[in-house]
Structures are given as C-alpha cells and as structure tokens.
Ligand binder design. Structure first.
Ligand SMILES: *[C@@H]1O[C@H](CO)[C@@H](O)[C@H](O)[C@H]1NC(C)=O
Ligand SMILES: *[C@@H]1O[C@H](CO)[C@@H](O)[C@H](O)[C@H]1NC(C)=O
Length: 628
C-alpha cells in the first residue's frame, strides 16, 4: 500500500480548544459559558432582574431570589434588616394571597354542601330582568352546584351550571372552573377559551394561567405555553416547583421544535474558520503524497487534480479556502479515476461533510475509505470522532483498536484516543495516551498542551505548570501554548499573568502570516477582565474585535450574548443568541442556543403583555443585588 495519511497541514498556527475533543471542539461554547457562570460563584445572571441559572444540562431556568440569597455572602447588618423586612412583607403578602386563593376554592366546597335542588332557572333572555343582587346570589348558587357536579365527576352538568353562573355574573373563577371541566374532558380549545376569559378579567390569575399553559401544551402551541408558565412563575415568585419544572420542559420543547426548523433550512454549510481549523489541525501535518504534489502534472478536470486543489485550498486556512476545498473534494469523487487516492478522497470528503454537520453521510464515506485502504488509519480515527459525536463511545473505542492493528506507531491514534478518554473524564488514561503520542512524535504541540491540561484536571497543578513552562520554551512561536497556559492561570485566578499570556497569543496571531484567525485568546481575555475587574465595556470590545476577525465564531457570539444579558441589554442579547443558533453546527448546540434565545424572548414578551409584571421583575432584580 502506498504511504497513508498524506495530509498537508502547516504545523504553525494550529488551534485546538482543549476543553473538548477536536471532533467536537467548539461544541464547548456552552460548556465554557456554563462553566464560567458556575465558577463565578454568583451562578446567576439576570434577565431584566430575574435570576437565571444554567443547569448542568446547559438549560436555562429561572430561579427565585430566595435561592440566590443562600448563595451570596451575608449581607451587612443594615442590609440584612432591610432584606428581612422586604422578605417578611413579601411573605405576608404571599400568605394573604394564598389564603385568598384557598378561600376562593373552599367557598365553593362549602357551598357545595348546600342543597342544590332548587336551582334558579336563568338564560340570556331572562337574566336582564333580575336585580344586581339576585344575579349575584344566583351565580353563587349555580357555581356551588357546579362544584358539586364537578366533585361527583359529572363534568357536563358542571359545565352547564358554570355557564349559567357566568350568565348571571361573569367571574374569572367561574371561567376557570369551567375550564377545569374541559381539561378533564381533554377539550383543549375550550380550556384555552375559558382560561383566556378568566385571565382577561384577572391577569394575575395563576391557576388559570397554568391551566391554559397545560392546554396549549396539549395543542402543541409550545411558545404560548412557555409564555403562560413564565408569567405564572413570575407572579408567584417562582415558588411553585411544578410550574418551574414545566417551564423548563416547555423551554426544551420550544427549543427542539425551533431547532428542527433551523436544521432543515440550514442545508450544507461549513462552520466558522476557527472551528474548521480546530478540527483539521488536530491531525499532524503531512506533506502532499507523491503523485499529488506540485511536480505532478495534473489537470483540474481530473479527480486527482481536484484532490490536490482541495488540499492546496485547505492550506490557505481561510473561510473561502475551506469552501473551495469542500467543493474540490466533492468534485474529485465525481470525476473519479483516483486510483490509489480514492480512499484518501473519501476521507477528505467525509471530513468536510462531517464539519457541515451531516454525520451519516460522512460515516458512509469513511466506511468505504477503510474498506478500500485499511492502512489509512486516519479514516478510523475520524470515524471514531463521528461515533463519539453520535454518542456511541464503544464504537469509537473499537475504531481506535482497529487503527492500532493497522499501524500501532501512528501518534495521531493515541492523541485522539486520549481526547476520547479526556471527554469521558478518564484523565489517567488520557494522560497515558498523550504521553504515548508525545513519545512517538514530540513535535506536535497539542499533545503537550493537552497533557498539561489533563494533569491540571487530575489535580497535579505543579506538573501541569511544568509541562506548560517546558512547552512555552519548545514551541515559543505557537500562540496556542500561551492561550492555554493563560486558561490555566485564569482558572487559578491569577488574572494578571493570565492576561499577559492572552495578550501574547493575540499579538502572535496578529503577526503571523497569513494573520491568525484563532480568536480564542481575545475571548479569554474578555472573560478574564470580566472576572477580575467586572469590566463589561472592555469585554464587549474584545468580543467585537474577535467578531471582526471571525464573524462566524460561535464562541464569540455566545459570549457577547451573555455579556449583554448580564447588563440587562435583553433585546440585544436576544439577537446574539439567535445568531448563535444560526451558527451552531449540531442539533444539540442549536437546541442550547435556542433555549437561551427563547428564555430571553419570553421574558421580553411577558413584560410587553403584562406591563405590571415588568415592575415586579425589576424589583426582584433589585432584591438580587449586584448579581455578578
Ligand atoms: C403549582 O402549579 C401547578 C401547575 O403548574 C398546579 O397544579 C399546582 O396546584 C400549583 N401548586 C400550588 C401550591 O399552587
Ligand atoms: C459504517 O460502519 C459502522 C461501524 O463502525 C457501522 O456501525 C455503520 O452502520 C456503517 N454505516 C454505513 C452507512 O455503512
């Protein structure tokens, strides 16, 4: 077999997000953000004053201030008493409200014991002749009878009685109770109609809002359901666990529904150049193989000519270059007649199809590639990445084993298997594989960086720092070493030194030719300044700079959204979250971005629809204090 894995990639300027596999490298954007949020103790940022937390699953939900209070430092004496007063007042109000609610319901229960045989006969025509007082009395009687019918599960009768009560005297409770009957009968449209009438009369009627939300959910109007649950949660101060859980569930449903639409509309599109570089450069650079190199006489109308064109375009490391490469690899296989290079062409087409987010098609190409040329172990490695992204870690492990049987001395195998271990949290195994990869070939910077990060994760801070100090010496012209060194320093709250490293990386990216497109050091610096000096303005500026260099960088967009959100610039934040959803590559990432976007949008809608709640949100925000 001819020599395998001829992938030409310049060794310089290569980037990799150490927090994940290169296979899913910038899938880390939300990880990074939630990690950042959780590590900033304050766990919370605020949407128009309501605390929002990122759960481990990356889902946003709203949190009551009582929860926040336990997490923040003890307030000063003066503040405490003020806080307490505020709390006591709130509690008293809540108790009053709760009582009122039970009275409403109990009054119905009590009256239900009254005999119901002498029910007044009313209809639209006769009711006009009754006095105000009589109508009121009739309504109460009819409602009581309705409740009794409801209690004995005679829902149609209850519906009739509530209807008559409404004719006598429209009352939100009567509508809501009738909606409860329709609810039992699964007549969701009618539930929506009656609860809407109730809410029109009392916009803070939590029970009606919850009931309507449930009906909307059955009607698969998830956005509407989400809006109602959000309003109800804000009204009752996020005190109802069931409603909070429902809120999260709806948010997920809305996000999944919308992300399907986005995915369908998206078509084939490469992710940002930063992402593509991350992935491509996680493999050791190889020269063009003999027969494809510059000296070979190849026409662009031939498969081999297109294959070479693809490699050369890829080496430009620009967005346009990557697009050109993707097209050339596709064309190479269309033209065919690739001889020994067919497996390689399949490998490269799969690489770009995978980057475009089409895992099944890529898998198909890789299967053919390994069948044609098992010695091209890179196809096994890439297939392993794919399996991992599809959640199949056993298949990924099998592919590494297969790769080893074909070429046990390929350092890329161990590097990528180490990434698998790293993702699965198997740090000792990861460290072993990184070391093996280094032993086989010391020249690949990412094995060193990742080894350092892994040591750090294992708690060996001193070894990690030693690894980085050594790497800085050996690879002094690679910006990434400084970037990741900076990340570790930042993690240790060593802000000044971290920023120094990020600055160095930024400067080196700028000086490199062609100019580096890796914007991670800029974003890291933004996060460092934010943590250190709470300097939102400078953090925003740095993200904007990153977006000028790589407008499609999802990490920059996501970070920008969070920055805006934290400052209460909700509408602007929403735009960035939506953009992040557009840029996301996989369904999981899209769902994540949309969850943020929808949570934000819903908050805005609630404030528009229920202006009186906007004030409540604001006061909750005030209660939360400086947040960050
Ligand atoms: C909480 O909300 C659910 C609906 O989301 C409702 O069924 C339940 O009665 C509420 N609990 C309280 C204590 O209000
Ligand atoms: C490709 O091979 C894998 C085994 O690694 C198998 O699970 C998968 O079904 C195959 N896919 C196609 C499209 O042939």
């Amino acid at each position: 077999m001819s020599s395998p894995s001829p992938l030409p990639q310049p060794a310089k300027d290569i980037v990799l997000d150490t927090s994940t596999l290169p296979a899913s490298s910038t899938a880390s954007v939300w990880d990074r953000i939630s990690k950042w949020v959780s590590e900033n103790k304050a766990i919370v940022y605020t949407i128009a004053g309501v605390a929002v937390v990122v759960t481990s699953a990356g889902v946003v939900y709203y949190l009551s201030d009582s929860n926040k209070a336990t997490k923040t430092a003890a307030p000063t004496e003066k503040k405490k008493s003020k806080n307490q007063r505020r709390k006591e007042k709130k509690k008293a109000e809540e108790e009053k409200k709760a009582k009122a609610a039970t009275v409403q319901d109990e009054s119905t229960a009590k009256k239900a014991e009254e005999p119901s045989d002498e029910l007044p006969e009313v209809d639209e025509a006769t009711v006009g002749q009754l006095s105000e007082e009589t109508r009121k009395a009739y309504a109460a009687k009819l409602k009581a009878a309705g409740n009794k019918a409801f209690g004995s599960k005679d829902y149609n009768k209850a519906i009739d009685l509530y209807g008559k009560a409404i004719i006598c005297k429209p009352d939100p409770v009567y509508y809501s109770n009738r909606a409860a009957c329709y609810n039992v009968l699964s007549e969701w449209e009618k539930v929506v109609e009656d609860t809407s009438a109730a809410i029109a009369m009392n916009s803070e009627y939590v029970k009606a809002l919850n009931r309507r939300a449930i009906a909307y959910e059955h009607l698969e109007k998830f956005s509407e359901a989400l809006l109602d649950f959000t309003a109800s949660c804000i009204i009752d101060g996020f005190s109802n666990e069931t409603s909070r859980v429902a809120l999260e569930r709806l948010l997920k449903k809305v996000a999944e529904q919308k992300s399907k639409t986005i995915l369908a509309a998206k078509g084939k599109k490469l992710p940002s150049p930063t992402f593509v570089s991350n992935y491509l450069q996680s493999f050791r650079p190889k020269p063009l193989p003999e027969g494809l190199d510059e000296s070979a006489d190849l026409s662009e109308d031939s498969g081999k000519g297109q294959l070479r064109k693809g490699f050369l375009a890829m080496a430009k490391k620009t967005g346009d270059g990557y697009e050109e490469a993707a097209a050339a690899f596709e064309k190479a296989l269309e033209l065919g007649d690739l001889g020994d290079f067919e497996a390689l062409a399949l490998n490269m087409r799969a690489t770009f199809t995978y980057l475009e987010g089409d895992a099944p098609t890529a898998l198909n190409d890789l299967n053919k590639s390994v069948e044609l040329q098992p010695s091209l172990v890179q196809s096994y490695i890439k297939r392993a990445s794919l399996h991992l992204e599809l959640g199949n870690k056993d298949a990924a492990a099998d592919d590494f084993e297969l790769a080893i049987t074909h070429n046990k001395d390929d350092p890329d195998i161990y590097y990528h298997r180490a990434q698998l271990h790293f993702i699965l949290g198997e740090f000792a195994d990861a460290a072993k594989d990184y070391q093996k990869s280094i032993d086989l070939d010391r020249s690949f910077i990412y094995s060193h960086i990742q080894l350092g990060v892994t040591q750090y994760k294992m708690g060996s801070v001193a070894s990690a720092m030693a690894t980085f100090r050594r790497s800085v010496k050996t690879f002094e012209d690679v910006p990434d070493v400084y970037n990741y060194f900076g990340e570790l320093l930042l993690d240790q709250q060593n802000f000044a030194e971290a920023i120094e490293k990020f600055d160095k990386a930024v400067e080196m990216e700028k000086q490199s030719k062609p100019m580096g497109i890796n914007v991670l050091p800029l974003i890291n610096k933004a996060l460092a300044l934010l943590q250190w000096k709470h300097d939102f303005q400078e953090a925003e500026n740095l993200c904007q700079k990153a977006l000028i260099i790589d407008p499609e960088c999802d990490i920059a967009v996501g970070t920008m959204a969070q920055l805006l959100l934290q400052q209460g610039k909700v509408s602007q934040a929403l735009k960035y979250f939506e953009r992040a959803a557009e840029l996301a590559r996989t369904e999981g990432e899209i769902v994540n971005a949309i969850s943020y976007a929808e949570a934000t949008r819903t908050q805005l809608e609630v404030q528009e629809k229920y202006p009186q709640l906007a004030a409540r949100l604001q006061s909750m925000g005030a209660g939360l204090g400086g947040g960050f």
